[in-house]
Design a protein around this ligand. Sequence first.
Ligand code: NAP
Length: 254
Amino acid sequence: MIVNYNDLKDKNILVTGASRGIGLEIAKALAAQGAHVVFNYREGKEDVAKEIENELRARGASNVTGLLFDLNNEEQMKESTSNFAKEFGPISGLVNNAGVSKDSLLLRLKRSDVDSIIDTNLKGTMMLTSILSRQFLKAQDVSVVNISSVVGLMGNTSQASYAASKAGLLGFTKSVAKELGSRKIRCNAVCPGFIATDMTDALEEKAKESYLANIPVGEFGEASDVANLVCFLLSGASKYITGEVVKIDGGLYI
Ligand code: NAP
């Protein structure tokens, strides 16, 4: 079911990690709402960016802009977002969706893996939000949505780094909500459970079966389920909700 949020029309909304999975579905849903959808792509992925742009235009986006940046490259983030604002005005919606995961038992934890997970999922998200906060102060009805995970709430075997990065996002979300609430800038976190994407496809069959056995509604989620929730949190329909953590997991973590 698609709900129409009129206030998302023409709004400049940046979705990170929109090349596939949940991020792409969020970008498509925002295109259908008529937003100006902004997404990032990394060096060497210009062809993928062009395809995404065409797809989002076809789905009804009022405009589409691809920005070249990696979450681990602050200079790129500053330059591309500031060039965007000069041309189109401030970004007033941000979906911090991009993320990575690499499972490892605590016994075998490698510093390089911990660094890459925390750097991308937590530090990258924090720095991008900080860089954009200047634009937020010049915009109206700003909403930031951070894509965390139920694993950040409940922990998980072999996912210590990932869980720590996602739990960190929850503290970050609440801090941003407190710090910027008086400027009518909202910030919420979404905690998906098991959503069928490339990230979860990579899990072993046994792990998938064990997740399924623990999901009361008896099925994995779809990326579009998360996209519907994100559209609600970006829109004025959720104007009195901030600093909130919303699970979307079919009951996996009750
Ligand atoms: P995915 O299919 O693996 O896609 C990850 C996206 O993040 C890609 O677009 C990727 O871009 C981008 N990305 C990764 N590192 C980046 C970096 N350093 N700079 C910029 N972009 C980067 O992931 P997904 O399953 O859709 O998950 C999306 C988000 O939901 C993640 O934060 C994940 O932790 C969270 N989540 C997912 C699930 C699930 O069940 N799938 C559950 C809970 C939470 P490239 O194409 O350039 O690599």
